[in-house]
Design a protein around this ligand. Structure first.
Ligand SMILES: C[S@@+](CC[C@H](N)C(=O)[O-])C[C@H]1O[C@@H](n2cnc3c(N)ncnc32)[C@H](O)[C@@H]1O
Length: 261
């Protein structure tokens, strides 16, 4: 049986040491900064100050912190959040000497912090994997004072996309190829790769914060050379084709959704 929480399959990340290893290497400076982390660093240039308190939802081992400490402010406070203790334990180990960071297990759907605890909250490459974004948006708005930046695929239409796993190519599932879909035709072990329409995404933000100022900034920050870097073998690598980021056979139209509260 595939275990799920909030309709997300746990076997995507729960034991995914390969993806975590890349993040640890980045956190330790053994691999280059991620292109997206550099983009966040630029977008937050004026927001990360000495006394800033930041939340990073879906933090893996805290590789964004490495980028911010080097390119932004050395002293701001960083709180990492991730549902998987595999990730959080690794983060705690990597950052054990960093006095101004903390890591906690928790889900975007139910953020384990009090209201308005953070000046800034970021969430990168997570919303696409969450089938119901209502609570994550509500929760981010609840815990943040000033600004939220979410990086996720946005288009003028929404798409519900599921990548379906089997144990021939995905070692973290026990589902055999012949059992990929159940009797009703639903996938057993999967990860969402949803694309949200600008209109829907904005409407959800407005539902929870009428006066929020929203801007959609297309991710054109990446360098093709770095994304195609063969040294960084991911389970499912992203390539740049015709200036578009492509994961396996999916075009990923990434945007930064900037929400000023
Ligand atoms: C694709 S990685 C992105 C890591 C990093 N933010 C980045 O952009 O490189 C997705 C991360 O989000 C975490 N995650 C998955 N579902 C989540 C949820 N519902 N709430 C918070 N984090 C989640 C995963 O454990 C994983 O660490």
């Amino acid at each position: 049986m595939t275990k799920k929480k909030y309709d997300q399959c746990l076997e995507v990340s729960q034991d995914n040491t390969k993806y975590l290893e890349l993040s640890i290497k980045r956190s330790k400076g053994l691999l280059p900064h991620m292109e997206v982390a550099k983009a966040f660093s630029k977008l937050l240039k004026n927001d990360i100050k000495k006394n800033t308190v930041m939340l990073d939802v879906g933090c893996l081992s805290g590789h964004f912190l490495k980028t911010f400490r080097e390119k932004n402010n050395r002293d701001f406070f960083y709180q990492g959040l991730d549902p998987f203790s595999l990730h959080i334990n690794a983060a705690k180990n990597v950052w054990k000497h960093d006095k101004k960071s903390n890591f906690k297990v928790g889900w975007a759907q139910k953020i384990p912090f009090n209201k308005k605890k953070f000046d800034v909250a970021i969430c990168s490459n997570v919303f696409t994997h969450i089938p119901n974004i209502l609570n994550p948006i509500k929760e981010l708005i609840r815990v943040t004072k000033k600004k939220i930046i979410i990086r996720t695929p946005i288009h003028n239409r929404s798409y519900r996309i599921q990548m379906v796993f089997n144990n021939k190519w995905w070692k973290y599932t026990s589902v055999k190829p012949e059992n990929e879909f159940d009797k009703k035709g639903n996938p057993r072990s999967f990860e969402y790769y949803d694309v949200h329409s600008k209109d829907y995404f904005s409407s959800v933000i407005k539902k929870y914060h009428k006066r929020a100022k929203i801007s959609f900034v297309k991710d054109v920050f990446f360098s093709k050379k770095m994304i195609n870097n063969p040294k960084e073998r991911k389970n499912i690598p992203t390539k740049v084709i015709n200036n578009m980021q492509v994961t396996d056979l999916m075009i990923v139209p990434n945007y930064f959704v900037i929400i000023k509260l």
